[in-house]
Design a protein around this ligand. Structure first.
Ligand SMILES: [Zn+2]
Length: 458
């Protein structure tokens, strides 16, 4: 308990006052011997009412006991009227006259070395599922570390594995989050169900063995027909090894992003040529380069853009390369897309290494990128992943992986198919077999995660 103003002795004298306090405390094993309080804290001094009825050393029932010594254990309990409550438990040490052993008495409400009462611990465990640790820390004045410890203990006690349906479309992407207490960001893989727009799991890294292990443990790995992903070799290897019926489609967003990145790098490379002032202006105007041409307003966007093209003719070339890469995705057929790509590739000037690199990457992932034209995985699904990731990342808070995963996977409502009304009746069950009526779990909806973030759960 933080030291604060001086304690005032309440002066618990009369029997009736004692009884009243004990009633309020609602821990029947204790008598209240004293009470002190100031504006922030209440300290309640308690002792056990009864002697132990058993010697833990010799096992004799109702042994003759003598008080040997006592120590004061200070434990936090639930707040009363906004004040922090400290129980000052005088825990006695007894000597057993039957066997001479000494032992401390036990309490139902306070574990031997705990600094919290059991009921306060349970309260924190419950609250930590639904509220952010920071908010709880503020309300209870209990450290973040303790809250997390209690939360994770609770999760361990759940011991319910996730038993999710396997969709035909899976999406993998990653969340980059600052790991709690560390400066570097860390990438966690997010596995999504593309049929039902849900999160299926969070994995602590994006290494091949981790992903393979996840895929192999799916309820039905043969169900998966399409996996959408970023250009990340370990994902690809994992899919080919563990999902025998799946093709890979590289997410369109990640492909066209390469063009924007290349354009941006080139834009920065004109820094010396432009001088400080103009370079600053170009940086400010960069949106007219990065936005799609059809999203620009004639004034002032296109006017700005064209004046920059006059200033740096190479910028116009780079800009058109960017636009033309996007246009490949407008192709109606796979063959048309391939042709557009070939034309695009030969149009790159030899000295534009940034775009030559993009072309090389596309060739490396040729099959998986052009698979898109056989199976146009809807943008809505990918956008759902992206906005979920953005929402989590935007919190800008350090997360411990285990905490974020548990909060997302265990404490946000899942999309569940309940058996239809009437199908669960006894006669139906007898006819169809009860296995039909087990609810199906599809994971956590993107919208539910975003809502939970907005409500302060994560
Ligand atoms: Zn004994």
């Amino acid at each position: 308990m933080a030291p604060s103003g001086a304690f005032h002795k309440k002066g618990v004298n009369t029997l009736s006052e004692n009884k009243l306090l004990e009633k309020m405390l609602d821990l029947p094993e204790f008598v209240v011997t004293d009470l002190k309080h100031n504006e922030h804290d209440v300290r309640v001094y308690v002792e056990k009412k009864e002697k132990p009825c058993l010697c833990p050393a010799c096992g004799v029932m109702d042994p003759k006991l003598r008080v040997h010594s006592a120590r004061e254990q200070e434990v936090r309990d639930k707040n009363i009227q906004g004040k922090r409550v400290g129980l000052m438990f005088k825990r006695r040490r007894y000597k057993c006259m039957e066997c001479s052993a000494t032992f401390y008495e036990l309490s139902d409400s306070i574990s031997p070395k705990s600094r919290l009462t059991n009921r306060f611990r349970e309260y924190i465990a419950e609250q930590s599922k639904r509220r952010s640790f920071i908010e709880l820390e503020r309300e209870l004045d209990i450290s973040n570390v303790t809250i997390r410890e209690i939360f994770l203990e609770e999760v361990e006690n759940l011991q319910c594995g996730l038993d999710l349906e396997t969709p035909s479309i899976i999406g993998i992407d990653e969340i980059h989050i600052q790991r709690e207490g560390k400066h570097r960001k860390q990438a966690w893989a997010l596995i999504c169900n593309g049929n039902d727009r849900t999160v299926m799991d969070l994995l602590p890294n994006r290494n091949k063995p981790t992903i393979i292990d996840y895929f192999k443990n799916l309820k039905n790995p043969y169900n998966v027909e399409v996996v959408t992903m970023d250009m990340w070799e370990p994902y690809k290897d994992a899919v080919y090894q563990a999902l025998p019926n799946a093709i890979i489609v590289i997410d369109k967003f990640h492909v066209v992003k390469m063009a924007n990145d290349a354009l941006n790098t080139l834009r920065k490379s004109y820094k010396d040529k432009l001088g400080q002032k103009k370079n600053k202006a170009l940086k400010k105007d960069r949106y007219v380069l990065l936005k799609r041409e059809h999203d620009l307003r004639p004034l002032p966007d296109i006017a700005f853009r064209d004046s920059w093209f006059n200033e740096i003719p190479e910028l116009k070339v780079a800009y058109e390369l960017k636009e033309n890469l996007f246009k490949i995705y407008d192709a109606k057929t796979k063959n048309q897309a391939r042709m557009l790509f070939n034309n695009w590739k030969v149009s790159i000037p030899d000295d534009m290494k940034e775009f030559k690199d993009v072309a090389a990457t596309i060739e490396n992932w040729y099959t998986e990128i052009f698979n898109y034209f056989d199976c146009r995985v809807t943008n809505a699904f990918v956008e759902g992943i992206n906005s979920t990731i953005r929402a989590i990342e935007k919190q800008g808070r350090g997360y411990a992986f285990e905490v974020l995963r548990a909060k997302v996977m265990y404490f946000i409502n899942h999309k569940v198919d309940k058996p239809s009304y009437g199908s669960g009746t006894f006669s139906n069950m007898m006819m169809r077999g009860s296995w039909n009526d087990v609810p199906k779990d599809y994971g956590v909806q993107f919208e539910a995660i975003i809502k939970a973030i907005n409500e302060g759960l994560l």
